[in-house]
Design a protein around this ligand. Structure first.
Ligand code: C2O
Ligand code: CU
Ligand code: CU
Length: 471
């Protein structure tokens, strides 16, 4: 009886909630959210695994475990080679690496290489499940610019919860240019990963229930799995690799003193030149590398405003403590890259994608009227052809991500692309409408197609995803 009632009333209730969210303007006053507990703890830095030679092999073991985020309370979590998150893999352009993934978490999963330009058969999408107790071997040919990428599960239907419980890790690609620009490059010292995630803690315990309409939102910020984080930083230029690995939360980052900082890279590589900003929006799945110049001053907080909900929320992300005893080298170059912009007039095909929050066939949410169906190839794309993809939404904001390559943004909501987004991307922010120019060079066939989807993981699980081949 109860189940029936829930089934009947729940969608109605949710529609009312979402109508409310859409029909109200963002409130002026902020809800201040502070992390639980008083003491700050030093930022954890995921172990780095350097892939040095060619044909190097690495094994990641997916584990179930417990993590003590707050003293005395343990949460059930997942990790790669550990309890929460995974090691940072550093690979080099033109390397061939063999990645073995062993699944011991007690349920099936996959390992998707988000941002890597690899063919469909090693991309790790929903068609490449690894049963619990089994391993999978992927040979990855690294053939792209220096960039900050990541790996995470991509199982159909239960992806959100697996990532939430801790399955995510960073994967850095280096190339000749990134090593010769003179940028800070000492991992964990002046080249620092910031994997930002929000989690819901109830009495110190990380919890996940299903409020999937908005996407799951937490009350506590973890950076690299650390709540209430601080990090000692050297004086001078420090480079941060910011990854929004949250399930659903949008962040607009800034410093509490409103200082300038420099954006140097988007998902797929360096921008042509550093772009000065005071705030930076990073949506789920996106990566930006930033450079911050610290002087010998008191500590400074990195903050974020988040507006998933009707009322904006303000978070402290991490506190930086400049420390002159740390020696560090690294400059901010004036020129970083020379990207040849795609010419929109050369696009040989146009595709349109529209996000649907409801009213789709075959599921709860979808794209172009259909929920994701593992048995249906939604789009067939020709290799080495420039295409224009137009992605729109009438129903909230969605980060659109595609697999297999990096693209360039042509327009956002009818406007020119902000300077710091004029680089290689694999996620684009869709408010009303975004246009991208994209060309694929690798193949994905019917058995192992690529995915395009909303990177709000609960939306993805509910069907806001489609599949395409490249041949
Ligand atoms: Cu990070 Cu298809 O996802
Ligand atoms: Cu991806
Ligand atoms: Cu979405």
């Amino acid at each position: 009886m109860f189940t029936t009632i829930m089934k009947f009333y729940f969608p109605t209730f949710l529609s009312v909630v979402s109508f409310f969210i859409l029909s109200c303007d963002i409130d002026e006053d902020l809800i201040e959210i502070s992390n639980i507990g008083g003491e700050k703890s030093e930022l954890l830095i995921p172990e780095i695994i350097e892939m040095e030679g060619n044909e190097d092999a690495i094994e990641l073991v997916m584990q179930a475990g417990q993590t003590e985020f707050f003293e005395g309370t343990f949460s059930d979590t997942f990790g790669y080679n550990g309890h929460f998150l995974g090691p940072t893999l550093r690979v080099y352009k033109n390397q061939v690496i063999t990645l073995t993934t062993k699944n011991t978490i007690g349920e099936p999963s996959t390992i998707h290489k988000h941002g890597l330009h690899v063919p469909g058969n090693v991309d790790g999408g929903p068609h490449q499940p690894i049963a619990s107790g089994k391993s999978r071997v992927d040979v990855l040919n690294i053939n792209q610019e220096a960039s900050t990428n990541w790996y995470h599960p991509h199982l159909m239907g239960s992806n959100a919860e697996q990532v939430y419980k801790g399955l995510a890790g960073m994967m850095i690609v280096e190339d000749e240019k990134s090593l010769s620009l003179g940028l800070p490059d000492e991992y964990g010292l002046n080249d620092i990963p910031l994997i930002v995630q929000d989690r819901l803690f109830v009495d110190g315990k990380m919890t996940y229930t299903s409020d999937h309409r908005v996407g799951y939102l937490g009350n506590t910020i973890l950076v690299n799995g650390t709540p209430n984080a601080f990090k000692k930083v050297p004086i001078g230029w420090v480079r941060f690799r910011v990854l929004n690995a949250s399930n659903a939360r949008f962040y607009n980052f800034n410093f509490e003193d409103n200082r300038n900082f420099q954006v140097i890279a988007t998902e797929g590589g360096f921008l042509d030149r550093p772009v000065t900003v005071k705030n930076l929006e990073v949506w789920p799945g996106e990566r930006f590398e930033i450079m911050v110049n610290f002087s010998n001053s008191s500590s400074i907080k990195f903050m974020a405003i988040s507006n998933n909900r009707r009322q904006s929320e303000s978070f402290e992300i991490i506190e930086f403590r400049p420390d002159e005893s740390i020696s560090s080298q690294g400059e901010l170059p004036t020129q970083l890259n020379s990207i040849t912009p795609y010419d929109a007039s050369q696009a040989e095909n146009i595709r349109e994608f529209r996000f649907n929050m409801d009213g789709v066939e075959g599921g709860m949410m979808g794209i172009n009227g259909f929920a994701m169906n593992m048995k249906v190839i939604n789009e067939r794309v020709q290799k080495n052809i420039l295409e224009r993809w137009v992605i729109s939404s009438f129903d909230g904001k969605h980060p659109f991500h595609l697999h297999g390559t990096s693209f360039q943004i042509l327009s956002m909501d009818g406007n020119a692309v902000p300077l710091h987004e004029r680089g290689w991307k694999d996620v684009v922010k869709v408010n009303d409408e975004a246009e991208i120019l994209v060309r694929f060079e690798l193949e994905a066939d019917d058995d192992d197609p690529y995915m395009y989807h909303c990177h709000i993981l609960e939306h993805e699980d509910m069907g806001m995803m489609g599949q395409f081949t490249v041949q």
